[in-house]
Design a protein around this ligand. Structure first.
Ligand SMILES: *Cc1c(COP(=O)(O)O)cnc(C)c1O
Length: 228
């Protein structure tokens, strides 16, 4: 199948799973993770209707953002301090924030550009050593520090589930949903201004997005099922 056909098929399947679990398809953003293809691959998905794309490295993010400036570009990769100045001008949402020094640098860069940078806080729910992200116990203090930054808006949480078992992935997603609920209660007490819009769950990839939608995902990050 072509990229266009695969994008349409994934979108239709996402809508079908939403219907099965009594959710509105508009509640779930299909983020087309285009990191394995060039601008031509993005073009094919764009022509099929994709308008939100995920990239995990700054250079392709900049190149593809320049080629498709009206699409929504999300940065989903490892953040390096010295590349924040390249990421912030391109990114609608940064999914992979878990270090306060990066939050501060994003705040400075966003202030310089006159924007408020939307971010998701990455949580290592499974506790696997190979995975990045905050430990769940560190989340509230991190959100407190983010709430002090005028040009950073925390919009929710992101996680990567362990590979291999869909049941384990589903539990990981359920845990992230509970963590979001707990964090909302915390914000309601500590920073009521930061509560509005703190409601996104970026979870689910090609192998486990169905379980993620069952558990409340609002952004599924899908690469191989569209572009491979
Ligand atoms: C590559 C990547 C994805 C997409 O993974 P697939 O399994 O190809 O769907 C999602 N999230 C992140 C952070 C990634 O790096």
């Amino acid at each position: 199948m072509s990229i266009a056909e695969q994008y349409r098929q994934v979108s239709a399947e996402v809508a079908a799973v939403c219907e099965r679990v009594a959710r509105e398809p508009q509640e779930v953003l299909v983020l087309a993770v285009s990191k394995t293809v060039g601008v031509e691959g993005v073009q094919q998905a764009y022509d099929a209707g994709a308008r939100a794309f995920g990239e995990n490295r700054p250079d392709p993010l900049m190149e593809k953002h320049a080629a498709f400036p009206d699409a929504s570009w999300h940065f989903i990769g490892n953040i390096q301090s010295r590349r924040i100045k390249d990421i912030v001008p391109c990114a609608d949402v940064i999914h992979s924030l878990y270090q306060i020094k990066h939050a501060q640098k994003i705040d400075e860069e966003a202030a310089r550009l006159g924007k408020v940078q939307r971010v998701l806080v990455e949580v290592n729910v499974s506790g696997e050593e190979s995975k990045s992200g905050l430990a769940p116990a560190e989340l509230f203090a991190f959100l407190d520090e983010c709430a002090a930054l005028q040009h950073v808006q925390a919009c929710g949480l992101m996680t990567m589930a362990p590979q291999g078992s869909r049941a384990v992935a589903k539990q990981c997603f359920a845990d992230l949903r509970m963590l979001l609920a707990g964090a909302r209660e915390h914000l309601a007490q500590a920073h009521p201004d930061a509560l509005d819009g703190f409601d996104q769950l970026s979870m689910g990839m090609t192998d486990d997005w169905r379980e993620a939608i069952e558990e409340g995902s609002t952004i599924v990050r899908i690469g191989r099922a569209i572009f491979a």
